[in-house]
Design a protein around this ligand. Structure first.
Ligand code: TXA
Ligand code: MG
Length: 326
């Protein structure tokens, strides 16, 4: 029996209180939620996700004021970012308060916190009262789900309740900002740009270099469909598709805006020219690639600005390329 799909936040809150796993809608991607104060529920969350124990998960809270309940101290810059950009696709990493369970932090001394900008999620957080620990609701290393249906495909009856809040509006995961050091550092690009973080915090912001953190979303290979993903320039699409077809591969292309004429058996996936729209559909397209039995996806990233930076980051990671901090 697949997990129960509901739009009733009271049902979802009751399951969280009972130690259950509840998939929650957010503006970025769906999360696999557990009561952040329940060690047994957190242990099950890690098991279902297939995630190594030392990887931390984000705590979702209902209002910026709650940051202080999870942090040992709230740096001035973090407070500003929370007050201005929450609810929103931004996770703040701060030093953990003593009460925060190791099942949330992965045993580390920091915790990631965010207020999602999604009405159903906010209603759930209000009804539940506590913090909801939630990684993206996919198996470790796979593509994040952006609809309730994708969650069911991904997790089946390993999740107790799927709270359906409709499709995600941002489509890629939150920007993660480490606020624990001298300098603010972006650990993962997302829906909030570096420029916006600098503007709001009044501080200069660094972008993480290669492989320094334990954030799995920043591992070299992540967000991967079954198909091989190759990141290519638009000019090279036709030649690459031809060569792959000649080698007997079933090929798909994903490129913003129009694509050049290609052989009839190449699967052309619709990627909007607008980067916000591209981000919104990205994971659905990666899932479609596998549903259609494609061997190789040729993907052209959007321009390197705004949320396009996050889309390019996810595509390169899906391709197994290490792109450092951007
Ligand atoms: O948009 C999002 O952030 C979504 C939705 C569900 O909120 N969540 C999400 O969670 O993407 P997850 O676990 O798939 O990715 C969160 C990333 C991971 O790479 C994790 O290691 C990192 O955040 N992270 C969490 N807490 C951290 C911490 N204290 N220090 C450094 N990285 C942290
Ligand atoms: Mg994830």
């Amino acid at each position: 029996m697949p997990g129960l799909v509901t739009t009733d936040v009271e049902v979802a809150a009751a399951r969280l209180r009972a130690g259950g796993l509840v998939a929650i809608p957010t503006e970025t991607v769906y999360g696999l939620g557990a009561d952040a104060d329940n060690a047994a529920a957190l242990a099950r969350l890690y098991a279902v996700k297939g995630r190594p124990g030392e990887h931390p998960v984000i705590v979702h809270v209902g209002a910026p004021a709650q940051l202080g309940e999870w942090a040992a101290d709230v740096p001035v810059a973090a407070r500003r970012l929370a007050d201005v950009l929450w609810p929103g696709p931004l996770t703040l990493v701060v030093r953990r308060a003593a009460r925060v369970l190791d099942g949330v932090t992965g045993g580390g001394d920091t915790v990631g916190v965010r207020v999602p900008d999604q009405p159903v999620a906010l209603a759930l957080l209000d009804a539940f009262g506590g913090g909801i620990a939630a990684p993206s609701a996919n198996r470790f290393g796979h593509v994040s789900p952006t609809t309730a249906e994708d969650v069911q495909d991904e997790l089946g009856d390993d999740v107790d309740v799927v709270l359906d809040g409709g499709p995600c509006t941002v489509g890629v995961e939150s920007t993660i900002v480490d606020c624990t050091g001298e300098k603010l550092v972006i650990l993962r690009p997302g829906g909030v740009t570096r420029e916006r973080v600098e503007e709001v915090s009044g501080r200069s912001v660094a972008v993480r270099g290669d492989g320094l953190t334990r954030a799995p979303g920043t591992l070299k290979s992540h967000y991967t469909p079954e198909a091989t993903v190759l990141v290519v320039d638009r000019e090279d699409l036709a030649a690459r598709a031809t060569a792959l077809r000649a080698a007997g591969q079933r090929v798909a292309v994903l490129a913003p805006g129009s694509v050049p004429a290609l052989a009839a058996d190449v699967v052309v996936l619709d990627a909007p020219a607008d980067s916000d729209e591209y981000a919104r559909v990205l994971y659905a397209r990666l899932r479609e690639v596998d549903r259609r039995g494609v061997d190789v996806l040729l993907a052209v990233p959007p321009p390197d600005s705004g949320v396009g930076i996050a889309v390019g980051d996810r595509l390169r990671r899906a391709a197994g390329l290490d792109q450092g901090g951007t």
